[in-house]
Design a protein. Structure first.
Lengths: 259, 252
């Protein structure tokens, strides 16, 4: 049995806030010996942006994939909106999934569909009562909100990396999620585009009052967006705090992220 | 050897589970009718030129190759009937199915494999859209329906090829040729041969979907999924054909 994390720094969560995601003692092993998660526990409060840092392979992406049921943990508890997602039937899990947006690292746009079809495909399945005009209007609005109204008829292959991220974000936003999980939203983008995406994340939070978990290696993004930061090391939460607290940490390994 | 056998049984078990899931999903709403029609168009309509060329050549070559042997016995008049029987009972279904395995199964394997690797399937799942129903059920249904239609089309084109082949060395009117063909055919020749094509279609779609849907992460796996889909589907077609022939012999 793996030992649970014991090195959590002082709790910096926003007191008095309602947790929308609570994870307790999450374990996941791939194969026989690849122990990726060794007892991760965390919570995300309503209206909060939580950034998770960590080296590649430390289990960050697996943690958020467990939240939406893409990966099944071996052990642990994941509560989203107070429902343990591991106990839910598929249709119940889908109801939770509609309330969670997920931005994939490589955008994961449906490459056989245009931008408009990418958005309509998701929207029509969950709002079948909408008229054609209402679908069109919502698509135009959400594209305008990510600043890419002109890309409506383009194919994903015609878009740059930054544009693809924005369209993927628009596809996520079209279902008006209450929580958004960002898997390395700025990876592979230049500094300016990365900053634009980070600012967009902030803007979305303010405008839509969403709660977010942002997985990133981009410290500029973390500084701009984080209300709270958690650092994963070897499958456990090694440190937790605000950007400033962790930047001033005495732990050499934690400080190495901020150099 | 033990590991090899274990992998084979493992694969057979997983394919069976995959097929079970298909039968569970196919009858439960929502029905992806639009995507099904799109797949019918891609799988059926877009395969017509390839099937037509192959069917024509099959009929023509079969006629030209059979003619000298039948001529030795003075049985050239049996040529239309023999070509029609060979085409309808065996050659057109198997060759068309093999072509479909190469074109359709590999295409499905590569498409779904690439969607898996680029997390598009995961994106559907987190958006609460059932990717199995949207991607797998529609494709398997489309191949199950389209392959028999393509085979019937290949039968017709093949017989036209036979007619051209016969007229290269003789002079037989089209109506005479057709009446000879129909004289030699019975329902027993057509029905079992058509029924087995539904199984060909089902397995072509299912193996392509299974290989693509279970592609490991990494771009190399997309090629592997496509390649493996063709090999497995082709082998499966021969196995089904062998079983179908045995069963037909037993029943008719």
């Amino acid at each position: 049995m793996e030992k649970e994390s014991t090195t959590i720094l002082p709790q910096a969560s926003i007191e008095g806030k309602v947790p929308v995601i609570e994870i307790k003692g999450l374990f996941k092993t791939f194969g026989e010996n690849n122990h990726v998660l060794k007892g991760v526990s965390l919570s995300l409060n309503k209206g909060e942006d939580l950034v998770i840092l960590g080296r590649s392979g430390s289990g960050k992406s697996i943690t958020i994939k467990c939240i939406v049921g893409l990966v099944l943990p071996d052990k642990g508890e994941i509560k989203v909106f107070s429902q343990n997602v591991l106990d839910l039937a598929t249709h119940q899990l889908n109801e939770v999934r509609i309330r969670i947006g997920f931005l994939f690292q490589n955008s994961a746009l449906y490459d056989s569909m245009t931008v408009k079809q990418n958005l309509a495909f998701t929207l029509k399945r969950h709002a079948s009562n909408l008229t054609y005009q209402e679908v069109e209007k919502q698509i135009e609005e959400v594209l305008a909100s990510v600043g890419l109204a002109e890309a409506i008829n383009k194919m994903p292959s015609e878009l740059s990396g930054g544009m693809r991220k924005r369209i993927a974000l628009a596809r996520t936003l079209i279902l008006k999620p209450e929580i958004i999980l960002y898997d390395e939203p700025t990876t592979g983008l230049d500094t300016i585009t990365s900053r634009e995406i980070s600012e967009l994340i902030l803007e979305i939070k303010k405008k839509n009052k969403t709660s977010s978990i942002i997985i990133t290696h981009d410290m500029a993004c973390a500084k701009l967006t984080a209300d709270r930061i958690m650092i994963l090391k070897d499958g456990v939460i090694h440190a937790e705090g605000s950007y400033q607290e962790l930047e001033a940490s005495e732990d050499q390994w934690v400080r190495s992220f901020f150099l | 050897m033990t590991v090899y056998l274990k992998n084979i049984f493992n694969d057979v078990g997983n394919v069976t589970l995959f097929a079970t899931k298909f039968f569970k999903e196919v009858f439960s709403p929502p029905y992806e009718f639009k995507e099904f029609m799109k797949q019918c168009y891609i799988i059926g309509y877009k395969s017509i030129p390839l099937v037509a060329i192959t069917g024509f050549i099959m009929g023509l070559v079969l006629t030209l190759q059979s003619r000298p042997t039948l001529a030795k016995f003075g049985a050239e008049s049996w040529l239309p009937g023999m070509v029609a029987l060979s085409l309808i009972r065996e050659i057109a279904p198997v060759i068309t199915a093999l072509i479909c395995a190469g074109k359709i199964s590999s295409g499905i394997g590569a498409e779904l494999g690439s969607m898996k690797v680029t997390e598009q399937i995961d994106a559907m799942e987190v958006a609460a859209i059932n990717p199995f129903k949207y991607l797998v059920v529609t494709r398997i249904l489309a191949t199950t329906l389209m392959v028999p239609i393509l085979v019937i089309f290949a039968d017709g084109i093949g017989m036209f090829g036979g007619y051209i082949g016969i007229n290269m060395h003789g002079d037989v009117s089209f109506f005479r040729y057709i009446s000879k063909v129909f004289d030699s055919l019975a329902f027993v020749d057509i029905i079992p041969a058509t029924i087995k094509t539904f199984f060909f279609g089902f397995f072509i779609g299912m193996i392509g979907c299974y290989k693509g849907f279970n592609a490991e992460n990494g771009t190399a796996s997309v090629g592997q999924a496509a390649n493996s889909a063709v090999v497995t589907a082709s082998l499966t077609i021969f196995i089904i054909d062998m079983l179908a022939v045995q069963l037909t012999d037993l029943l008719f």
